[in-house]
Design a protein. Structure first.
Length: 255
């Protein structure tokens, strides 16, 4: 088996479970408890899972929104630092298997930059993972310029994790596909829908195929049509078994 390095391997620690709970509120209690158990384990359970998957090293990152959902900036700064110190101690126990992404209080650009620098230089983390917005403020907000300037000066990695939008876009209202995604998560069925927009008029919808794929794909196509009316090019990517494509009329088979 090819050896692998796994990014964004989630963990939880004291002080952060309350931020995580709302993200799994619809999940059955038994599955939620099992997930919590796994996310808080840094020993044999996690290592055995890594070994089974051929993962040599895991880059650990906090699960859930963490302090980016915290309304009090001072609390966010203090709690993020405690979480990073906790992770550093766990990494020290197995430096041959674990690395870390810093968790940052993006409510305060300077504090986030200072914590990033501390984590990279002192705790030897390989970068940071941050969510797409903090209490509705997105990462391109001018007030965050000092953070991005520091990250650039440090030459470190910033891993951007998708997060739920502040509000559901009008194009999504009433769409069965979105309901199916929620139903899948509630039943513990893995499903991932990433909607990635650029500033250049291109949108990419990536849908992992699940038993609810038909509804999700229908949702993606609806979104594609809506954005096409706005002059935005949309690609819908649905990983899964390759299906033979019909040949255009009058063409001969190949291969």
């Amino acid at each position: 088996m090819v050896k692998k390095i796994a990014l964004e391997e989630h963990f939880l620690c004291p002080g952060f479970i309350e931020y995580w709970n709302p993200t799994v509120a619809e999940m059955p209690a038994e599955k939620r408890d099992n997930l919590l158990k796994r996310n808080t384990d840094f020993g044999e359970m996690r290592l055995a899972s890594m070994d089974k998957a051929g993962i040599t090293r895991a880059v650990l990152a906090l699960a859930g929104p963490g302090v980016q959902a915290e309304k009090d900036a001072a609390t966010a700064v203090r709690t993020a630092k405690a979480g990073n110190d906790f992770l550093a101690k766990e990494i020290q126990k197995r430096p041959d298997r674990y690395s870390g992404f810093a968790h940052l209080p993006m409510q305060d650009a300077k504090a986030a930059a200072d914590e990033l620098e501390r984590c990279v230089k002192e705790l030897k983390f390989c970068g940071a993972m941050i969510n797409g917005h903090t209490l509705g403020q997105y990462l391109d907000h001018p007030s965050l310029a000092p953070f991005w300037e520091r990250a650039d000066a440090l030459g470190t990695l910033i891993y951007i994790h998708p997060t739920d939008p502040v509000s559901v876009a009008p194009v999504l209202q009433g769409q069965r596909g979105l309901t199916l995604v929620k139903e899948a998560r509630a039943r513990g069925i893995p499903v991932l829908v990433l909607i990635l927009f650029t500033f250049y008029g291109l949108a990419l919808f990536k849908v992992n195929v699940t038993p609810f794929a038909a509804g999700v794909i229908a949702l993606s196509k609806t979104l594609a049509r809506e954005h096409a009316r706005q002059g935005i090019t949309v690609n819908v990517v649905c990983p899964g078994p390759t299906r033979p494509q019909p040949r255009p009329p009058g063409t001969a088979p190949t291969g």
